[in-house]
Ligand binder design. Structure first.
Ligand code: GRF
Length: 196
């Protein structure tokens, strides 16, 4: 009988703490999916070593190779869903189309606030502090051809106190990400692919 476990690929460019949380979550035996592949457009991204240490195949794919339709189609042949976790390049259009409704991203703010080009990492939290917001959070959304623009699937909030530094907010937002991103992906898989 064919194994019904769904295959997840993660695209990431950096540290990879979310990728690690995702891999660990889906490593639990009773999950409907597992992470089988990590691709990074940065050869020296720590996410590659993190994934390998957890037994997941992890490959560097150059920016040009990400746009190579044949190569990417081959690499993602048995992939059911793509999870972006700190992936700092626009996903080529043919991949967005191929994984329509099955490719998700997490953004460290309450979109549409503090999203768009150039809004990533600590910059997001600096902008939140500078604007005097009283709350911020995370957004899990489908990937579309618009930067941070796809349909929102899930949001979670945290308060921002006047004394908070960007680093303190970043730490709280990261904690929210580790807690909520993996189950949000699991829910999407169950909804989009009910056999999962
Ligand atoms: C996360 O804050 C995520 O929201 C954003 O990029 C960051 C990646 O951090 N998209 P890490 O590499 O998972 O530690």
């Amino acid at each position: 009988m064919k194994d019904s476990t769904k295959h997840i690929a993660i695209f990431a460019s950096g540290t990879g703490t979310n990728a690690e949380a995702m891999i660990r979550y889906f490593n639990d035996a009773d999950r409907c999916a597992k992470v089988v592949l990590v691709l990074s457009n940065k050869a020296d991204a720590p996410v590659l070593a993190r994934a390998r240490a957890l037994g997941v195949e992890a490959l560097y794919v150059s920016r040009d190779d990400f746009s190579d339709r044949d190569l990417m189609t081959r690499l993602t042949e048995d992939i059911d869903a793509v999870v972006l976790a700190g992936f700092l390049m626009m996903v080529p259009e043919f991949l967005v189309e191929r994984f329509e409704g099955r490719m998700v991203n997490i953004h460290p703010s309450l979109l549409p606030k503090f999203g768009g080009k150039g809004m990533y990492g600590r910059r997001v939290h600096e902008a939140v502090v500078a604007s005097g917001e009283t709350e911020t959070g995370i957004t899990v959304h489908l990937v579309s051809d618009e930067c941070d623009g796809g349909r929102i699937l899930f949001q979670a909030k945290t308060d921002v106190k006047p004394s908070d530094t960007p680093a303190e907010i970043e730490a709280r937002v990261h904690a929210l990400e580790y807690l909520h991103y993996p189950p949000a992906v699991e829910k999407l898989l169950a909804t989009y692919m009910p056999s999962a």
